[in-house]
Write a new protein. Structure first.
Length: 121
């Protein structure tokens, strides 16, 4: 499940009940066989907004990786199933299994390294 592209090249934060894509369930993510970056955050989160250029630049070098943004918050089941506590949290999955996780990434190098692990998984 890919997200819709915005004019700035970013993707929408998926949120059930809101115009735009509906976030996947945990079972749907676990069943995926392709490499996926699941980004938990919020449009109102300053750390999330600051990380967007880093994430976009890293993903540009990995066109085969799907990027799913999940609007997270208290009581949101998908974020709780991944035990997300801080935003943004980037969960890198391959074959339905988490292979890497970054919380509040500060530089693109860590994101590039985690994306590279998707290819090795």
């Amino acid at each position: 499940m890919d997200t819709d592209e915005q004019e700035d090249g970013g993707t929408h934060w998926g949120r059930a009940g809101v115009t735009g894509p509906v976030e996947p369930t945990r079972a749907e993510l676990d069943a995926r066989r392709d490499p996926v970056l699941v980004e938990f955050g919020s449009a109102s989160c300053g750390h999330c907004r600051a990380a967007q250029p880093l994430i976009a630049a890293a993903l540009a070098g990995h066109p085969g990786v799907s990027h799913i943004k999940v609007e997270d918050g208290p009581g949101r089941p998908l974020g709780r199933s991944f035990r997300v506590k801080l935003w943004p949290t980037l969960v890198f999955m391959a074959g339905g299994v988490e292979v890497a996780r970054l919380v509040r990434p500060q530089d693109g190098t860590a994101i590039d390294e985690a994306l590279a692990r998707l290819g090795a998984a």
